[in-house]
Write a protein that binds this ligand. Structure first.
Ligand code: GAP
Length: 460
């Protein structure tokens, strides 16, 4: 199998697993769908929330100098004019004259090893449509912001944008947070929320969508200390994914060349992941300097500087920004966890089958434990349901009483459940259950009275 087919194959398998087991469904499916929109199902939302909570834990709860924020998606349009998004948040678009397929002109040039430089309105004569070989039209700059209107009138005055990044909500609240929380530089403001971009080429499942979620943190520092802080956050990003079990061979940093930096950035480094189709951006780290605060200060007329209480020095802080896509992180964690193994458990009929095991880190696994009674009948079912009830509120569990025990283990392995608790006939006598570990497959007898604490300790 070619590398390309293998890559498609893995993505197809993950997309199919996500649909079959209730992680991610195609959006608006009963109406024929809406291309590149995805709905998170019961397991998907648990996984997404767990990843979000893990980020919030490491960024906000474990750092006394970082506070949270949840700003509006709709903001005054001035914000996007001043931030540079109205004028500059564009991608170069080109249409095939024959098949009408739309392409990112910079991607086509890069694929040919050419520099993505072009004059506006000039046709890409040397390059043909990768789909049909047809000629391409003129390159046009296309603004990625979605527009809508506030109120009943659809005119220029009522125009607003859906935010293309959560960051601006943080900058416009800089003063509010600084004053209400009495923070001292360096400090950070973190925010998680939806962002929208009218991408020209969405795709690769949830890798690039037009509606997605971001987890961003703006770290405000004294000018001159920014370069050191940049290194600190760069290391943090690597460690965050490493701690979630992502294989280091699939991670690397990519330094943006100076000529490709965004209008606000002095330096940008992406943490990249080795996706089935090649290396791609996962987590961007930018030194945004004092660009945003100075712009907002200039155009709002508000003072957005900081006075050091010890030295009385006044300055506009520089900003180091680690910006991660929550939904893109979820895809990476699924890709990293997905494994196919030969039948490991409950191979009753001696057949060799391929099983899927999602080796998700325990902290983010959607279901923490499955309760499996060996018989559907009383009194085993009653005991098993009591055990499940005793865990409610402490962790997400699933109760499964159908099929052989081997099949039930496989069902749980497929969704990444770290522990299976088997309730057997002996449990009625000795008041113990068997706990099976997803990864080592080791089985341990645990007293029912200790089970809750035993499992809680596994997740600490
Ligand atoms: N505030 C800076 C900023 O938004 P970015 O590199 O454009 O920077 C940050 O976006 C992260 O958001 C990316 O590294 C990626 O993980 C995620 N992201 C960006 N566009 C996305 C899209 N269309 N679909 C899914 N995730 C996206």
């Amino acid at each position: 199998m070619s590398a390309e087919n293998k890559a498609e194959n893995k993505m197809d398998k993950i997309i199919s697993l996500c649909k079959r087991r209730g992680f991610i469904f195609p959006g608006s499916e009963i109406y024929g769908g809406l291309a590149n929109t995805w709905d998170y199902g019961p397991l998907g939302i648990l996984l997404k929330n767990n990843i979000r909570d893990y980020w919030w834990q490491k960024i906000v709860r474990e750092n006394n100098d970082i506070v949270g924020l949840d700003a509006s998606i709709l903001m005054n349009s001035k914000v996007w004019e001043v931030s540079g998004h109205v004028a500059g948040f564009t991608d170069p678009l080109v249409d095939c004259k024959a098949c009408k397929k739309r392409w990112r002109a910079d991607h086509l040039l890069e694929a040919k090893g050419l520099k993505p430089d072009f004059e506006p309105d000039v046709e890409l004569v040397d390059i043909k449509c990768p789909e049909c070989g047809g000629s391409l039209g003129a390159v046009r700059q296309f603004n990625l912001m979605f527009e809508t209107n506030i109120g009943p009138l659809k005119d220029e005055g009522s125009k607003v944008y859906l935010r293309p990044e959560t960051a601006q909500g943080i900058f416009v609240n800089f003063k509010n947070v600084l004053e209400s929380q009495r923070k001292r530089v360096p400090f950070g403001i973190a925010q998680i929320g939806k962002a929208f971009r009218n991408e020209i080429t969405p795709g690769n499942f949830v890798f690039r969508t037009r509606e997605f979620e971001q987890m961003e943190m703006e770290w405000f520092v004294k000018p001159g200390t920014d370069e050191d802080w940049f290194e600190t956050w760069k290391n943090f990003m690597w460690e965050w994914f490493k701690n979630l079990g992502v294989k280091e061979k699939d991670l690397r940093f990519y330094e943006h060349p100076k000529e490709k930096l965004s209008h606000y950035s002095k330096r940008t480094v992406d943490l990249e992941y080795n996706f089935p189709w090649g290396w791609g951006e996962l987590w961007g780290l930018a030194n945004r300097t004092d660009f945003d605060l100075k712009q907002h200060s200039k155009f709002s007329g508000q003072e957005l500087s900081y006075r050091d209480p010890e030295t009385n020095e006044v300055f506009v802080p520089f900003v180091i920004e680690p910006a991660l896509g929550l939904t893109r992180a979820l895809l990476v964690l699924l890709l990293n966890a997905y494994e196919e193994v030969e039948t490991r458990s409950g191979n009753e009929d001696g057949k060799h089958e391929t099983e899927i095991v999602l080796r998700l880190h325990k902290a983010i696994a959607p279901i923490k434990a499955a309760i499996l009674p060996l018989s559907k009948k009383e009194p085993l079912a009653k005991l098993a349901l009591e055990i499940q009830a005793s865990l409610a509120g402490s962790m997400m569990t699933q109760y499964d009483e159908t099929g052989s025990i081997g099949k039930r283990y496989r069902r749980q392995d497929e969704i990444g459940t770290p522990y299976c608790v088997t309730v057997d006939f002996e449990s009625l006598e000795d008041k113990q259950v068997t706990v099976r570990d997803r990864d080592t497959m080791a089985q341990e007898r645990v007293a029912i009275a200790d089970l809750r604490n035993y499992l809680i300790n596994k997740f600490l």
